[in-house]
Ligand binder design. Structure first.
Ligand code: HEC
Ligand code: HEC
Ligand code: HEC
Ligand code: HEC
Ligand code: HEC
Ligand code: HEC
Length: 310
């Protein structure tokens, strides 16, 4: 069975290779030739269905036509948060990603087999982003509604996972440490604190990086009261490495390249960028809207316990 998949992957790979396409960005996202067919996958010159001459009524619908539950154009099913290696003709990521592996970004409709309890709202509605500007809280409105293209560039990008190089008018760099064009969709390939800077393009005042921001008001760069520090090494009170050993067997990903010195706590150590099905009860429920899980990776305050082990 495995051998058959390999042979199929080889044949498809050969077809892709012989057509001269280089898939550095993955799928129809960039590396276009002078006579590419790719534009027609997403745009119509005269008979478009949505703004920006899109073949679908909205950017969300367009992305989900390939990446959604019923999509057959990509293996990454971001609606349900799974990698499904056999559902599309794309072979990208198949050598490095297990079939049915939960996706690194989470899910927009379901995740880990359960309905989501919070997501980034990618329907294109204009909303205030938490900490957009100085002061935390849900303050400044974004210039445009949030959708998939607020964070990803459909035409490819030099950044990891085709993340936009300009987000909310802020220039961001997130180096791509993927294993070449053969992507790995079940191993975090962020090795520096750059991913926090990406989140900070919209949530600036959550990005406090100095020691003591939880207790020392003079350590804060932005207002909004005390906040948990980010972009620092995980070590606290000599506790075990949260990436390998956490309370209850749970672990959290750090931004690291394997070297101990680089194991940094970034926004995505605690949060998923797409959506999560974590459950909030008791004190953890109602910090935001009732039941809302603030994109957290674990139920209630499981994330705190992985590191602090109280
Ligand atoms: C995977 C789908 C996809 C493919 C393939 C694609 N586009 Fe787009 N394109 C989009 C989306 C989505 C937007 C709207 C982005 C936004 O809202 O910021 C867009 C916006 C645009 C825009 C207006 C904004 C800008 O970036 O300048 C132009 C022009 C454009 N595309 C041209 C092209 C051309 C030419 C090709 C082929 C070389 C192409 N696109 C291939 C999805 C795609
Ligand atoms: C708030 C920013 C943001 C929005 C909005 C967003 N993404 Fe992502 N997406 C990310 C980040 C960050 C990653 C990388 C996750 C990782 O590797 O840990 C990612 C990863 C991905 C991946 C790779 C698979 C995975 O889960 O790691 C795909 C495919 C993807 N996004 C598609 C989409 C689509 C389609 C939409 C809209 C329905 C969307 N994204 C909306 C930030 C975003
Ligand atoms: C015509 C089908 C198609 C459409 C439409 C499409 N994608 Fe993709 N996308 C793919 C394929 C194929 C891949 C390669 C990985 C896979 O098989 O899932 C991919 C990969 C990606 C990745 C991962 C890139 C990386 O570096 O690994 C992101 C992020 C992504 N798409 C976002 C989007 C967003 C956002 C939209 C809507 C603007 C979109 N896609 C629309 C087919 C599509
Ligand atoms: C990935 C590991 C990690 C996670 C998860 C984590 N912490 Fe921490 N925490 C740290 C580190 C490291 C420090 C030391 C920060 C510094 O150098 O100022 C710290 C500091 C603190 C402090 C002291 C702040 C000060 O400045 O006095 C408190 C209180 C705290 N964390 C509570 C929490 C709570 C509550 C959660 C869950 C919401 C949490 N932590 C999640 C690693 C973590
Ligand atoms: C140590 C874990 C941890 C890290 C790291 C972390 N967060 Fe959070 N975040 C939480 C928890 C827990 C909540 C739920 C509300 C609370 O307890 O304050 C939350 C809530 C949020 C919210 C929802 C609004 C709110 O304040 O309740 C936003 C936005 C947010 N975080 C953004 C970020 C950004 C951006 C970063 C990186 C700069 C980041 N977070 C880093 C744990 C973390
Ligand atoms: C393009 C702007 C943008 C980027 C980039 C962005 N966010 Fe957000 N985020 C928003 C907006 C707008 C909201 C409020 C509306 C919503 O929930 O979608 C939000 C809401 C949130 C929430 C609260 C969700 C809830 O339902 O409680 C968290 C947590 C959060 N973001 C974390 C992050 C993290 C972590 C990153 C980086 C991986 C990130 N954001 C990147 C715009 C952004």
């Amino acid at each position: 069975m495995k051998r058959a998949v390999w042979i199929l992957a080889f044949i498809v790979g050969l077809a892709v290779w012989s057509s001269g396409t280089v898939w550095a960005n993955g799928g129809p996202h960039g590396d276009y030739t002078a006579t590419t067919d790719a534009c027609a996958g997403c745009h119509r010159a005269h008979t478009a269905q949505g703004p920006r001459l899109l073949t679908s009524p909205s950017t969300y619908d367009l992305c989900m036509s390939c990446h959604g539950s019923a999509g057959t154009g990509a293996d990454t099913n971001v609606a349900d948060g799974y990698f499904l290696s056999t559902r599309s003709s794309s072979t990208i990521g198949e050598t490095n990603t297990l079939d049915n592996a939960p996706l690194l970004g989470g899910g927009f409709v379901n995740y880990d087999g359960a309905a989501v309890t919070s997501t980034h709202d990618v329907t294109g509605t204009v909303t205030a982003a938490w900490g957009n500007g100085v002061d935390r809280g849900q303050t400044g409105n974004l210039a445009e509604g949030l959708d998939c293209a607020s964070c990803h560039n459909p035409h490819g990008s030099t950044n990891y996972r085709i993340l936009q190089t300009t987000v909310n008018n802020v220039t961001v760099q997130v180096t791509d440490y993927d294993p070449g064009p053969n992507k790995d969709y079940d191993t975090e390939n962020w090795t520096t604190a750059e991913l926090s800077s990406f989140c900070a393009a919209c949530h600036q005042s959550y990005h406090e990086t100095a020691a003591g921001t939880g207790s020392d008001p003079t350590a804060l760069t932005y207002g909004g009261g005390f906040t948990h520090r980010v972009d620092m090494p995980f070590s606290y009170d000599g506790n075990a490495n949260p990436e390998t050993t956490g309370l209850g067997g749970f672990t959290l990903p750090l931004a690291d390249n394997g070297a101990t010195a680089d194991q940094l706590v970034v926004c995505t150590t605690c949060h998923l960028p797409h959506g999560t099905s974590a459950q909030m009860t008791g004190f953890a429920n109602g910090v935001g809207p009732a039941g809302d899980s603030a994109l957290l990776r674990l139920d209630n305050r499981g994330v705190c316990q992985v590191c602090h082990q109280k």
